[in-house]
Design a protein around this ligand. Sequence first.
Ligand SMILES: [Zn+2]
Length: 191
Amino acid sequence: MAIQFACKNCDAMIEVDEDMAGRAVTCPYCERVTTAPDEPVETTRPVLEAPPLAPQTVASIQAVRESAVRRYGVFGAICAVFAAACLLTAVFILLPIMLKAPSEMREDPEQMQRFLIEKLSGSPMQGVPFAAAVGMVFFSLAGLTLGVISLTQSGGKDWAGWIATIVAGGLVLMFCGSLALAASGFGPAGP
Ligand SMILES: [Zn+2]
């Protein structure tokens, strides 16, 4: 039968053979000399062993993880809304000018672009469409990334993640589409 007791130096629970009762032993934890008791000591303390996590700790870790995932989705959705707002700002500024353009100009993106630049230059709105375009690209990419992270982490259960992915993803597609159009020769030729 083994004797369990606490080391008098470091308080760790040690176990020794019965024939070591009352003798000096070297503690395996602190490596200092301690004395084993004459007979087994009744103890409720477990011999050094990592205790399992309490259920409430597991639950709170889960909750923290879930709220982090939810935050990804919500931030993604906010980015998607900003991206959409940037697009709307550009449309609200550019559309009225485009409608004033002569109808034959509307057929030709290059002429239309020159017309827009001409009308906007010198106006206080000059830099706004460019800033809005940059904002849209930035926020839609950020929104799409956060949305996808949120959906992957939550297994598709986070509604904010869906909003972020769909809205921002749509804007990214739109932006890639117009880039492709530009690359295929219709695009901005510069003033
Ligand atoms: Zn010790």
